[in-house]
Write a new protein. Structure first.
Length: 85
């Protein structure tokens, strides 16, 4: 044991090393458990109570504008585009 190092410093280093080892072991177990749970969920059974989801979205909707509405919309677009730097 070096003469210039106190017992408290050596104890502190030992405690930090032990805490680091415990942390690494705990983290590895946590990650391993999360990985196995993800595999189980991925290959698990489907929920039978849930209805089948549609693969596509709803049909696109469109509305015909009157000439007045079209002109008002064009004016609004011009107003917003003029205010942008």
């Amino acid at each position: 044991m070096p003469e210039h190092v106190s017992i408290l410093q050596l104890t502190g280093v030992a405690v930090l090393a032990l805490a680091t080892a415990i942390w690494v072991v705990g983290l590895s177990r946590l990650l391993r458990r999360a990985r196995t749970e993800a595999v189980v969920r991925h290959h698990g059974h489907l929920l039978r109570a849930m209805p089948h989801q549609r693969r596509s979205g709803p049909a696109a909707e469109s509305v015909e504008l009157t000439p007045e509405e079209h002109a008002a919309f064009a004016g609004l677009v011009r107003q917003f585009s003029d205010s942008r730097p």
